[in-house]
Design a protein around this ligand. Structure first.
Ligand SMILES: Cc1cc2nc3c(=O)[nH]c(=O)nc-3n(C[C@H](O)[C@H](O)[C@H](O)COP(=O)(O)OP(=O)(O)OC[C@H]3O[C@@H](n4cnc5c(N)ncnc54)[C@H](O)[C@@H]3O)c2cc1C
Length: 373
């Protein structure tokens, strides 16, 4: 039987276009993208340097290099710094466009401004403005984000925790432009931390997940003026599982499969690593191996969910005590030695292997160990 395409990828976000690049030399690939242009999604654009380099993402999309973080609670702070960049802050629009251009050069065909509506008789029904048409592919991939229509059509189920995220780009003074700020203050926001990620010395992306009100309270506390906001965006993330990731001749990847870090809400790198697993399994003619090949990411997600559960159960008083431990010289040195932006299991393992730090953490709450081990 002759199909229109070997693989149709629904969603030309970062993960869909990354996958298109991996597949386009082996297959006839179509990318169906509902948006009329790229980079429309709310996203701070922080990606771990090691992952960015491993994934061979374009240097041209990098706006800033981050080599450390300052953690603030309500009453104290500590910082973790390295001599070299640990993460990049990227221009999402540039990243997506460069990936799409590269995929097209390798042979992928893009359908911009075209929405996937559902499957009918094995064909993907698409809508572009008021025109409906369909295409048939041997294999379909849902890279269509958190509210994935493909996942719905596949009958994938989820009990994940979904959160709204709000982010602004604000003008201010950010002298330490190579440090991201992480603020943990449950009195302002019980559900998540706040971040301040400098784009340069006078512009930063500031955001949180939870309520818009808490973001504005934070801006005030951080002495950033609401009147200095030059861009505002909102979006969603989901922490948990959406299953299955593959069924028959369709698979989910990226946010559509909730391949998102529950500790930081970062999803670009995890989605792309899983895109590698999917591409490998398709190229080798064994798509059913896709999920198994994602086992490292699954391990990180399930660990991240335990950390998230622990975070939700902590009071601000307990957070202050944890800051005292993590801000100690011993802990800072250990974190600076072991921290890996995308592998939190590694850092936490190192901390709980230190008998002194473990004993101090257990004193705060024995529950910590239950969640982390
Ligand atoms: C406030 C906020 C801040 C974030 N910050 C970071 C960060 O700093 N670092 C990080 O790694 N992650 C961050 N994330 C998460 C990150 O944005 C996602 O993990 C990432 O965008 C996932 O990429 P994706 O390609 O899987 O999905 P998406 O980026 O959502 O792309 C899906 C694409 O599919 C298209 N689409 C949807 N439905 C259809 C349809 N029916 N037909 C055709 N096309 C369709 C959409 O238009 C979109 O282009 C943040 C998220 C939020 C909300």
């Amino acid at each position: 039987m002759k199909y229109d395409y070997d693989v149709a990828i629904i969603g030309g976000g970062p993960v869909g276009s990354y996958l298109a690049n991996l597949l386009a030399r082996n297959f006839d690939v179509a990318v169906i993208e509902a948006g009329n242009s790229f980079g429309e999604k709310a996203c701070t654009g922080i990606i771990g340097k090691e992952s960015y380099d491993d994934l061979k993402l374009p240097k041209k999309a990098i706006l800033n290099e981050l080599r450390g973080a300052v953690f603030y609670s309500k009453i104290q702070s500590f910082e973790i710094k390295r001599n070299s960049p640990q993460a990049y802050l990227v221009d999402r629009k540039a990243l997506e466009k460069i990936l799409a251009e590269k995929a097209i050069k390798k042979g992928a065909e893009y359908f911009m401004g075209t929405r996937f509506m559902g499957f009918k008789n094995g064909r993907a029904v698409l809508q572009r403005f008021n025109q409906q048409f369909d295409v048939e592919a041997q294999f379909y991939v849902g890279a269509d984000g958190i509210r994935s229509r493909v996942a719905q059509e596949m009958g994938a189920k989820t009990k994940a925790e979904f959160l709204s995220g709000y982010e602004v780009e604000v003008v201010g003074e950010f002298e330490r432009q190579d440090f991201v700020e992480v603020w943990v203050n449950k009195e302002l926001n019980e559900e998540f931390f706040f971040w301040v990620a400098p784009v340069n010395e006078s512009l930063a992306r500031v955001g949180t997940f939870g309520s818009l009100d808490s973001l504005f309270k934070f801006l005030k506390m951080r002495m950033l003026k609401a009147g200095n906001i030059v861009e505002f965006r909102a979006g969603s993330v989901g922490f948990g599982w959406r299953k299955p990731w593959i069924k028959g001749n369709a698979a989910l990847v990226g946010d559509a499969a909730l391949q998102i870090k529950p500790t930081t809400a970062g999803g670009i790198a995890y989605g792309m690593f899983c895109a590698h697993a999917l591409a490998y399994s398709l190229i080798n003619g064994r798509p059913s191996e896709y999920e198994k090949l994602c086992r490292d990411i699954k391990k990180q997600i399930s660990f991240g969910m335990r950390v998230r559960k622990m975070f939700l159960g902590l009071t601000q008083e307990q957070i202050e005590k944890i800051f005292e431990v993590l801000g100690s010289r011993e802990a800072v040195e250990l974190i600076e030695r072991t921290a890996d932006f995308d592998d939190h299991v590694k850092t936490v393992k190192a901390i709980i292997r230190s008998p002194r730090l473990l004993a101090r953490l257990l004193k705060i709450s024995p529950m910590l160990l239950r969640h982390l081990v």
